[in-house]
Design a protein. Structure first.
Length: 304
């Protein structure tokens, strides 16, 4: 089948079977084109909670599908490819953080949304990359245990010197492998380009940026800027999406290696099979765990 034929069949089936398709913006263009909503992970979960569809397919990674289920327990939530995990979300578990909390009992535990449901149950508040600074600033506590991303935590802590941060060694392997050398090389090759970077990158990379923000923040900045050239310091699919949306501008990847293989695990045929009811994995959470995890998300919504 041609890509267009598969897309047409997905669109037909999702209408027939009352399905809402969510696609994180790291997905490929052919998947984004059949999605009902695209964007960053938490925003997609909120969108899903407001639709009437009884089934939701998440084209992303596991923690994103879990977040959809936390906010929409009455819906059937399908992860489009069961192998699509998130190394950052999985590198710390509940037992580890409970042990750290025991050592630092007066610290408020702030969890990046890129964490498992189980880990969220022992955290005080969640944050996204775009809301982390505002929420940490609003917390009554001046002592913050920020998990799991040491790079995002470092970026936020530098802007809040009045607060004391405890950071653990975790993060996104894809973003963390970028170095200052990569930035200097890209700037040398494209001297007129602005450098836009995700705060999951290491501090020496972030410090060289013209703009630091979430994935959608990077995209919005590039679209609205009068500048015509940009080096993109996040997953390389964003370069492709921006090239398609702004053909009058030039977008360059920080590195050809800035690829999330977990995000790329999902294919258009995976989405088709989910719509047929023969693919993907249904995400299920026990109610006690879901409610405990939801408290940290509710606190994020309250503060953010």
């Amino acid at each position: 089948m041609a890509i267009k034929d598969i897309q047409d069949e997905i669109i037909r089936l999702k209408k027939e079977n009352d399905i809402c398709i969510l696609a994180h913006c790291y997905q490929t263009p052919e998947i984004l084109e059949v999605a009902d909503f695209t964007g960053d992970s938490f925003a997609l979960s909120v969108k899903a909670s407001k639709v009437e569809n009884k089934t939701v397919i998440m084209c992303g990674v596991r923690f994103m599908a879990e977040t959809v289920k936390i906010l929409s327990p009455e819906k059937k939530v399908i992860l489009s490819n069961s192998s699509a995990g998130c190394p950052m979300a999985e590198m710390m578990d509940k037992a580890l953080i409970e042990e750290v909390k025991a050592q630092y009992p007066d610290y408020t535990v702030v969890a990046y949304i890129n964490t498992t449901t189980e880990l969220k149950t022992v955290c005080d508040v969640c944050v996204t990359s775009s809301s982390a600074l505002e929420i940490c600033k609003k917390l009554d506590s001046d002592k913050i245990l920020f998990i799991p991303d040491i790079n995002l935590g470092t970026y936020i802590s530098k802007q809040l010197p009045e607060k004391e941060f405890k950071l653990l060694s975790g993060g996104c392997p894809t973003h963390a492998r970028m170095s200052k050398r990569d930035v200097l090389k890209a700037k040398e090759e494209h001297p007129n380009a602005l450098f836009l970077v995700h705060p999951e990158c290491v501090p020496e990379v972030v410090e060289l940026a013209d703009y630091v923000g979430s994935t959608t923040g990077i995209m919005d900045y590039a679209k609205n800027s009068d500048n015509k050239e940009f080096i993109i310091g996040t997953e390389n699919s964003i370069v492709t999406h921006l090239q398609l949306e702004c053909p009058d501008k030039f977008f360059y990847p920080l590195s050809k290696d800035l690829i999330c293989h977990n995000m790329k695990a999902t294919t258009l045929v995976d989405v088709l099979n989910c719509c047929k009811g023969v693919g993907g994995e249904e995400v299920e959470l026990d109610e006690e765990t879901r409610l405990k995890a939801k408290k940290s998300i509710d606190k994020m919504i309250e503060l953010g």
